[in-house]
Design a protein around this ligand. Sequence first.
Ligand code: AMP
Length: 282
Amino acid sequence: MIVFKHSKYLRLYLGYIKRKGLSIGFVPTMGALHEGHLSLISQSRKNTDITICSIFVNPVQFNNKDDFQKYPSSIENDILLLEEAGCDILFMPEEQEIYPDDASKVKHFDIGLIENILEGKFRPGHFQGVCNVVEKLLKIIEPSHLFLGQKDYQQCLVISRLIQLLNLNIGISICPILREPVGLAMSSRNRRLNENERKNAAILYETLNNIRNKLPEENFLKLKQAAISDLENKGFKIDYLELAKSDDLEILENSNSNNSLILLIAAFLNEVRLIDNLMVKD
Ligand code: AMP
């Protein structure tokens, strides 16, 4: 694996790759890698000639300073994992490389209503921050294909909207959520949970499954109320638990719809914010 810190040299190298007519798969990450990330690398390797992963903890997408400062980092282990996974290129830019000055952090993208619902409502500015960094990375790398995780489902829709806005010809694959044996969605933030919290956190996925199983007969709003009070009794603080159309995340009050639907949840367990989702009807 070749590691690049500077976009100038990465571009030169990628120019050589592209002249050979090879396709480039791109997996953007914020590091502290786990099997979920590696599954994206594996998908990219199956579907493209050259796989590039980026590790950059993007300050602009954190609405909470504490969350940014406590974001886990394990760069040496990440490099080992990527080597083992057969990743071809790692791009690890410094902040200066992506944001040379303050003005370079504040571009506004018209991504529509999706910006301010669900994650966007509870993390103001988050998706503009995501768009700012993804636009820069896409301009540097110019990949043929992007591999993203369903774990951040709303982010997948935001990035696909961004790609439309920028009029780029980049394919997107949304890859399944990898979970711990107990069901907890793998996440870099899980490293901040102790053993007991990890076990408790699995209840989020159980809750989504329970609701999905009962939905055909029972009213969603009642199920939601019962689930929220149960989770609150177990020490969670719920940001949202919603049922939505999976194509645009329009929030619904019941499941009487022919559309493909998704359940989404975000909750704090003590200091750590967790998100998860589950397709209801594909
Ligand atoms: P992050 O490092 O959290 O920004 O995530 C980088 C990419 O990995 C995003 O596309 C995530 O959706 C994806 N990802 C994170 N967790 C998982 C998981 N448990 N399973 C599959 N993909 C994941």
